[in-house]
Design a protein around this ligand. Structure first.
Ligand SMILES: [Zn+2]
Length: 119
């Protein structure tokens, strides 16, 4: 058992020491953000990750639930691998989520809010 070396910093202050604000917690401000409710407006679905939006069906602030679906890109990669002779690799795209389309669902009413396609 070798003892850990002492930490590199000494008892001297850094050269550009300035009065940094003490890390005190932010004062709790009431959340007074009033967002307009876009009922019925189409939702711009961007990204592969759950996003916060207002569901046009149940008009609630929700974070979408995402599901991966095999889209066109997966099949194209699969076909490409087969064409180039990588028969054993042609199932790999089906295991890679980043190749797949992402469907966004409302967790409250299960409505499909949008599909983010890779192609
Ligand atoms: Zn909903």
């Amino acid at each position: 058992m070798s003892s850990a070396p002492p930490p590199p910093y000494a008892n001297e202050k850094p050269m550009n020491y300035q009065q940094a604000p003490p890390s005190q917690p932010m004062p709790a401000q009431p959340m007074t953000v009033i967002q307009p409710v876009y009922v019925g407006a189409p939702i711009q679905v961007v990204g592969d990750y759950p996003m916060q939006c207002t569901c046009p069906h149940c008009a609630r602030q929700i974070v979408t639930r995402t599901e991966k679906k095999n889209g066109l890109l997966v099949w194209l990669i699969c076909g490409g691998l087969v064409l180039f002779g990588f028969w054993l690799c042609c199932c790999i795209p089906f295991c890679v989520d980043s190749c797949k389309d992402t469907e966004h669902y409302c967790p409250n009413c299960n409505a499909v809010l949008g599909v983010h396609k890779k192609l």
